[in-house]
Design a protein around this ligand. Structure first.
Ligand code: PMV
Length: 349
């Protein structure tokens, strides 16, 4: 029977790693386990539509729209990714595809969209497979497959398919953990972390001078790599205990150490590079001074870029937001920051 046209739409969030994934091998396999908070307001919405194939060509037929307009650069990347997963989804070659994607955060706001976009795409493809072949699986199996597929698109995207906290990478002490996909950890954390906030301070919207892909690659020749992977495992072990017991200061110390280590590794790469900017450092100094003065557990993280992520519990939200407005906004590009928080995970639309 001829396939009827169909579609799948998912909204999937970005995430922020506490213990960072930095360094990979093989086919997107991590050199160390990582764990992240799934975000709420920073997300991608993706619609994947399919129809019977019109042309006779054997390859993937794809139209790609970003924010409503055809986007050749993105189309090329997505097509290459789809081509790389045809052994998982052979039907990709047999239909015509139209993909439309938008982000809740402005494009090139300095917020990485690979985690949200790749997880949204993976969720759509897994849903379509279920619909076409009736392989309807339970939610756990479905998410695990989506996480596996998302990982092949962008390692960090594997963690975006779950609510709250997600862990990716084999970790002896965590049953079920794997290098191939992420697993949910939300049930293994203290209540206080379930309503944590992440205020994203936009220091620069500009494109990064060195991509994550190149950054991972440079880890292969980084003279500190082995020690780093050991440290990440130790951090993960300590962090899991802090998350369980609700030890916010221990959590925060690991959070900041991971952020600064990530950037130290960049500076120690060959060739070395710096993604922090002067305002990144100013903001870090201000956050640490605020913590000293007030005793509030306000800690920062960084992604592979200059923007600062501030983590804090819900009970001090008002004080922290006042502090952001009074003292930090002047160091944000165009005064921009995003009040995000731990999110509920992807949503099928
Ligand atoms: O998923 P990638 O290849 O874009 O790598 C992301 C790496 C970091 O965001 C810096 C850390 C992480 O674990 O998300």
């Amino acid at each position: 029977a001829k396939v009827q046209p169909g579609r799948s739409v998912w909204r999937s969030p970005s995430n922020l790693a506490i213990v960072k994934y930095w360094g990979k091998h093989g086919r997107q396999l991590p050199r160390n386990p990582s764990i992240s908070f799934t975000l709420d307001r920073a997300y991608t919405e993706t619609e994947v539509a399919y129809a019977p194939k019109k042309g006779a060509d054997r390859g993937i037929a794809l139209d790609f729209y970003f924010d409503g307009s055809p986007n050749e650069a993105f189309a090329k990347k997505v097509k290459a990714f789809l081509e790389s997963i045809t052994e998982i989804f052979p039907f990709l070659n047999q239909l015509d595809w139209t993909i439309r994607s938008t982000n809740s955060f402005p494009h090139s706001s300095g917020i990485a969209s690979s985690a949200s976009s790749m997880s949204a795409l993976a969720l759509c493809l897994c849903t379509i497979e279920d619909e076409l072949f009736g392989t309807l699986s339970d939610d756990d199996t479905f998410r695990q497959k989506a996480s596996y597929v998302a990982r092949l698109g962008s390692g960090s995207a594997s963690r975006s398919v779950y609510a709250g906290l997600a862990l990716w990478g084999e970790m002896g002490e965590v049953p079920g953990s794997s290098d191939l996909y992420a697993i949910p950890m939300a049930n293994q954390v203290h209540e206080v972390f379930k309503t944590y906030h992440d205020a994203i301070l936009i220091v620069s919207k500009g494109e990064k001078s060195v991509s994550s892909r190149a950054g991972h690659g440079l880890m292969e020749s980084n003279i500190y790599a082995t020690n780093r992977y050991q440290q990440a495992r130790q951090h993960m072990h300590d962090l899991l205990s802090a998350l369980r017991t609700g030890d916010e200061d221990h959590f925060g110390r690991i959070l900041e150490s991971e952020a600064l280590t990530l950037h130290a590794l960049m500076m120690a790469s060959n060739p070395p590079y710096i993604l922090m900017q002067p305002h990144t450092i100013t903001l870090i100094n201000k956050v640490q001074a605020y913590r000293k003065e007030t005793g509030h557990p306000l800690y920062f993280s960084l992604d592979a870029g200059p923007n600062l992520h501030l983590f804090f519990p819900d009970r001090i939200k008002e004080e922290v937001e006042n502090f952001i407005h009074a003292e930090l906004v002047p160091y944000c590009e165009d005064g921009r920051w995003i009040a995000d928080k731990v999110g509920k995970g992807p949503l099928q639309l």
